[in-house]
Write a protein that binds this ligand. Sequence first.
Ligand SMILES: O=c1[nH]c(=O)c2ncn([C@@H]3O[C@H](COP(=O)(O)OP(=O)(O)OP(=O)(O)O)[C@@H](O)[C@H]3O)c2[nH]1
Ligand SMILES: [Mg+2]
Length: 195
Amino acid sequence: MKLVLATHNKGKIREFQKVFSEIGWEAVPVADVSDAPDPEETGKTFKENALQKAHYYAKVTNLPVLSDDSGIIADVLGDRPGVYSARYAGKHGDDEANNRKLVEDLKPYTGDDRKGHYVCVIALVWPDGKEITAEGTCEGIIRDFYKGNGGFGYDPLFYLPQYGKTMAEISMEEKNKISHRGKAIQALLNELKKL
Ligand SMILES: O=c1[nH]c(=O)c2ncn([C@@H]3O[C@H](COP(=O)(O)OP(=O)(O)OP(=O)(O)O)[C@@H](O)[C@H]3O)c2[nH]1
Ligand SMILES: [Mg+2]
């Protein structure tokens, strides 16, 4: 299977390529095949945004396209940062500022109020418009200090009690086994088997 990864996020690209190379799939970042500007993410849900990105690039590239819309949710903040995770502090993709804002917003909270989860929805869309979506989540604790250099984005804040480590302290292999993205990929592969 050859597909286009409809993302410019380097962290996502690394994780997808690792999993897909293991099953012999070729996953090409969209920047390698198209210089079309990203569509705006106007959806209210991860699923709407994932479908928007995948349909757009399936049209542009005329190839099967896989997109990912994901984010982190602090339980005590309702559904936030949620679909705004990449632009939580204002500027798109400023991980440091986004992390600082999340730490700031969670300052008053301790214990169970620090619980949070990642959500990832991936969409696979073919040029004829056929679509499949799959979702994965991962639970953890959002801490107020950083640890680890792996992963990306909010990972150094995201503590996994079962590992005694943050998402940025475990290897990519381990992250792919337990992460929202890894679980979404497994769910998608299960859906594909049913076709
Ligand atoms: O530490 C993290 N580990 C993860 O595993 C993870 N997954 C998602 N996120 C955060 O959620 C935003 C997604 O926003 P998003 O889906 O719109 O992606 P994006 O705008 O970065 O790229 P694109 O795929 O849209 O091109 C990202 O920027 C990150 O801040 C993560 N943070
Ligand atoms: Mg985005």
